[in-house]
Design a protein. Structure first.
Length: 187
């Protein structure tokens, strides 16, 4: 893949994630227009870059993003905007980079959710959540969290996904020459 196409993919991904983080913090939702534009951009960029192979990889990334995150949304653990965002980004970055982004994003999300949850619900909320989970396991059925529990705290997930993409891009992307150039700019 040429450097200019890679730079375009990076620009589309960075702009999409930057706007998603902004809207997710501000409104706790990610606009549909942003996701649709990113999806179209991903399909176009990859098709122009690699023809039918690029289009098939973009579609595979989009389907993978939707397929992996829709069940989590269906269970109520993730918002629809996060699913649409990763579907769109799957079209931009492809299936392999999407998997790394999700893996690192889930790890970042766990840490961020725990810290924000503890900040908002305190240790009392943590104890309530632990007790509820103990009963859920014993009863073998789901009991929804109360409003005072740690598990009831809603956390915007776009920042975690953005952190996941940054880590995936830095560690596993086809970009070592770009990373080296960027690090050189930083000093």
């Amino acid at each position: 893949m040429t450097s200019s196409i890679l730079m375009l993919q990076i620009a589309v991904t960075a702009c999409t994630l930057g706007l998603a983080v902004y809207f997710d913090f501000r409104d706790m939702r990610i606009p549909n227009k942003l996701c649709v534009l990113a999806l179209i951009a991903g399909l176009l960029v990859n098709t122009v870059a690699s023809g039918w192979l690029g289009l098939s990889l973009a579609l595979a990334g989009a389907v993978l993003g939707l397929g992996l995150l829709f069940p989590i949304y269906y269970k109520g653990f993730l918002g629809a905007g996060d699913v649409k965002l990763m579907t769109a980004l799957g079209a931009v970055i492809g299936p392999q980079q999407l998997l790394w982004t999700l893996a690192f994003g889930i790890m970042a999300g766990g840490v961020i959710s725990a810290l924000l949850g503890l900040h908002q619900a305190g240790f009392g909320g943590l104890k309530q959540t632990a007790a509820r989970l103990y009963y859920c396991i014993g009863l073998r059925r789901y009991i929804p969290p109360s409003n005072t529990e740690l598990a009831s705290v809603q956390v915007p997930y776009a920042p975690s996904l953005a952190i996941g993409w940054l880590l995936a891009f830095y560690l596993y992307g086809d970009n070592q020459h770009l990373v080296a150039g960027f690090m050189q700019l930083l000093g």
